[in-house]
Design a protein. Structure first.
Lengths: 249, 596
């Protein structure tokens, strides 16, 4: 069981994530968008969205710090375990709570604003469940280590070595198996999230427009090469106007 | 010098009657889709008025266009690159649906479905966003013809500005003096701030004709372009999550026919042609410090297509000879640069807009004739232009960043043309002092009159086709030369009618329309003679002429006569022209006549 979960599943997840993203990038450029709902509602979004997004960026940075950088390195630069742990809990806790608060606000907005809710697909709903679960379980591991005394579990001796070992294709299954249940749960839900990632609106993160900082302001381009109209199926974006009259049907 | 070609448009506002035909046909062609219900690539605003979206010209609020930073360099008014990236999670300055309007339809079905009752059934307005009942409170032209202007006119940002500068005394005068229409499309700017704002780099300017387009596959819906465009001519499709904009009907332009808005313009006020401009100096021109000099700077960018140096530069850049020829005949170049009667809309946004406007003289003319003066006398008109401060100031805020002298100059030219040509058509000798008074030669004034008043179709639209050697790149593929004789001339393809390349819809419609417009009879005799008029057809039987001719069946009937037809004997005469086309071909018809 451990082999399946911590030795096989991670690679399956990577295959789906990479393969799915490449497939989507190739075949669904048109669907690759943030699908912003700011046009419908802006007040709550302007509070919730930045909190969530900046929070999750901090969380990602924290994961990098905790998982990729070995304990020995931080100790080599004179960072004590206590100091590291305090930082991880304090900064990580704030980021995690911000992220959770942000997404809760966004979900409340999504549910209570009519047009936004109507623009919410089943795909979105599934994505929200998995995303919130990943955040909640992650926050749980952090908080547990505060309240369960003795700095809780030191994941830098179990989860982190396993994570790094995945990259050299020799998964250190025993270390991961030794981690407590809350970490297992968070990791599994996280892997599930990455599995559905390429097929949800989350893909917009992969095209974060960092090249904007470097590109020239004015873009010239020659005429596009494309097939003739009529020789291809009706493109998305040309659906007829109408209302879904919910009262009637 | 880097010579580039740009398709440009001029609108002669004096001729606009505010009929919204351009808006409606544009909407039918481009934005009659889910997600773009509230979008009007072309809209017509009554000025003074708030415009669409409301108060879009208030750049202190919407942060569109460019401004100069402390070092005198161009900077997006909405903020630099880093600021834009940090604001990307919730665009800080973004029009909401209410700033445009909530689109709606009517519940027409109740009109027919409602049970019998004492009250007339009504078709309630239903929101196209929520599908629920709604109260219609605003639209893209709610303040049309100054509707509600006495209450809301002060919300027009330009009125606000003029009032601030000349205090309240204009208030009374203002509402009484004037009104005109301003049709707006995307400006296809030389220095577009939407493009500069796009984090993904999805918006681009086409090298060949300067049309600004959004790559729908590369747009990721960050919505910064909507903030960036000071004209608010970037729209967010809320169904697809992508930005969309006016395309200058590029599939039509590529085959040499005008945009839908121009083609259908009732007042024939739109002109389309080519500008040649120096792409290397655009940024420099847009960075001029004094806003009032931006118009001149933009004019200086436009290159003279007869200048040997420009011709050599254009050849070096690979601009084809027929494009050069079109540039020499370009009506927009003539009106903007030669006669200097067309002005850019809001040059102070520093985007170098390429849709130009001839400011309307009609507010002046109307006032003069209302007061009983001769509104075509040069002296009267010149005097009135000088004294009607408010309309001139308003126009100057729109077209010259507030420089009234330029606007006055243009209006004087229009007035001079009016009175000069009036003299000629009354049979008097041409009064050369009138053109002289505005610094024009009489011949030039006559030429200008031909272009602006006679405005022949082929003088209004000088659109070089996209090149045949580039045909494989065109949206509407196929050799454009194939269609010179209209859709009736296509050879049949080897695998039957539907095989081969599809005929571009734009081309087909264009020639069908042309055929209808230029034919002598009311209907095309060769086409419709002998056909059944469906309005008179009672739905029974298949009379001869019900279906059009096909190759297999030149008799204009689906079946051969042997199928029934004459064999049924003298059929019932059910009146109407269909029976004249021949006896019925349907055995079911052999029943007794209905009437004695």
């Amino acid at each position: 069981m451990d082999i399946l979960l911590w030795g096989v599943l991670p690679y399956v997840m990577v295959a789906i994530l990479v393969g799915g993203s490449i497939w989507r990038y190739k075949y669904d450029q048109f669907g690759w968008t943030t699908r912003s709902s700011q046009l419908y509602e802006s007040k709550l979004l302007r509070i919730g969205s930045p909190i969530f997004h900046f929070g999750i960026l901090a969380v990602i940075a924290g994961h990098f710090f905790g998982l990729v950088i070995p304990k020995s390195w931080t100790e080599a630069v004179g960072m004590s375990q206590d100091f590291y742990h305090f930082n991880a809990l304090f900064v990580g806790g704030i980021a995690g709570i911000g992220t959770l608060g942000g997404i809760i606000l966004l979900i409340i907005r999504r549910r209570t604003t009519g047009p936004v809710f109507m623009a919410t697909t089943k795909n979105d709903k599934l994505m929200y469940v998995v995303l919130v679960a990943a955040i909640v379980f992650g926050l749980w591991t952090t908080l547990a280590s505060v309240f369960l005394g003795d700095h809780g579990h030191n994941y830098r001796e179990t989860v982190s070595p396993w994570f790094r070992s995945l990259f050299i294709l020799q998964p250190d299954i025993a270390s991961m198996a030794a981690a407590p249940f809350s970490f297992h749960l968070h990791t599994l839900v996280g892997m599930l999230l990455f599995c559905i990632w390429p097929f949800t609106r989350l893909v917009h993160a992969f095209t974060a427009p960092l090249h904007y900082l470097f590109r020239p302001y004015i873009v010239y381009r020659s005429r596009d090469v494309g097939p003739a109209p009529g020789s291809r199926a009706r493109l998305p974006g040309w659906q007829p106007v109408g209302t879904r009259d919910r009262d009637r049907k | 010098m880097k010579v580039m070609a740009q398709v440009g448009m001029v609108m002669n506002l004096d001729k606009c009657i505010g009929c919204h035909t351009c808006s409606v046909t544009c909407k039918q062609a481009w934005t009659n889709r889910a997600g773009t219900e509230y979008v009007w690539f072309n809209n017509v605003e009554t000025r003074p008025g708030q415009g669409y979206p409301r108060r879009y010209e208030d750049q202190e609020k919407w942060r569109g266009g460019w401004e100069l930073n402390r070092r005198g360099r161009l900077k997006l008014k909405g903020g630099g690159r880093l600021k834009k990236l940090f604001g990307i999670f919730a665009s800080p300055v973004q029009p909401e649906l209410d700033d445009y309007y909530e689109p709606w339809t009517y519940d027409y079905e109740t009109l027919t479905d409602a049970p019998l009752g004492d009250d007339f059934p009504v078709a309630r307005p239903k929101s196209l966003i929520t599908g629920k009942d709604m109260k219609v409170e605003w639209s893209a032209n709610w303040d049309d013809n100054l509707g509600g202007t006495s209450e809301l006119g002060h919300l027009d940002p330009i009125v606000e500005k003029i009032r601030k500068e000349s205090e309240d005394k204009i208030k009374f005068e203002f509402e009484q003096t004037f009104m005109f229409y301003l049709p707006r499309i995307c400006e296809h700017c030389l220095n577009p701030s939407c493009m500069a704002s796009c984090p993904s780099g999805a918006i681009y300017k086409r090298e060949e004709d300067g049309i600004v387009l959004v790559d729908q596959d590369r747009c990721r819906g960050w919505r910064q372009c909507i903030t960036g465009c000071p004209y608010k001519k970037m729209y967010f499709n809320h169904k697809t999550g992508k930005a969309e904009k006016c395309t200058f009907c590029y599939p039509r332009i590529e085959v040499g026919i005008p945009t839908v808005c121009s083609e259908t313009c009732v007042g024939r006020l739109r002109y389309i042609g080519i500008f040649l401009y120096d792409a290397d100096r655009v940024t420099e021109a847009a960075s001029i410090e004094d806003e009032k000099e931006l118009y001149q700077a933009q004019l200086d960018l436009m290159l003279d297509p007869d200048d040997p140096e420009v011709i050599a530069g254009a050849r070096a850049e690979g601009i084809p000879e027929d494009w050069m020829d079109a540039a020499r005949r370009s009506p927009v170049y003539k009106m903007a640069k030669v006669y200097k009667v067309a002005l850019p809309l809001h040059p102070e946004y520093r985007t170098m807009p390429m849709v130009w406007y001839v400011p309307p003289l009609s507010p002046v003319v109307d006032l003069l004739s209302e007061q009983g003066h001769d509104a075509e006398d040069a002296g009267n008109l010149f005097g009135a232009i000088e004294s009607l401060r408010i309309p001139v100031e308003y126009l100057a805020e729109l077209f010259t960043a507030g420089d009234t002298e330029i606007v006055t100059g243009v209006l004087r030219k229009l007035a001079a043309m009016r009175s000069f040509m009036r003299g000629i058509s009354l049979g008097n000798d041409p009064d050369d002092s009138i053109p002289e008074a505005v610094g024009m030669e009489p011949e030039a004034m006559y030429e200008m009159y031909r272009l602006m008043a006679i405005a022949k179709y082929n003088e209004r639209y000088v659109i070089p086709k996209a090149h045949v050697e580039q045909a494989h790149n065109l949206e509407e593929m196929g050799c454009s030369l194939d269609f010179d004789d209209g859709p009736g001339m296509y050879p049949s393809d080897p695998f039957g009618e539907a095989s081969g390349k599809p005929t571009p819809v734009a081309v087909e419609n264009f020639y069908a329309l042309k055929q209808r417009q230029t034919t002598d009879g009311q209907t095309e005799p060769g086409e419709l003679r002998g056909r059944v008029n469906l309005l008179n057809w009672d739905g029974r039987g298949v009379p001869r002429g019900l279906f059009p001719k096909t190759e297999d069946n030149p008799q204009m009937s689906p079946d051969s006569p042997a199928h029934g037809g004459g064999a049924a004997g003298p059929g019932p005469d059910y009146g109407g022209p269909s029976s004249q086309a021949g006896p019925s071909g349907n055995p079911l018809e052999s029943q007794p006549p209905r009437e004695p």
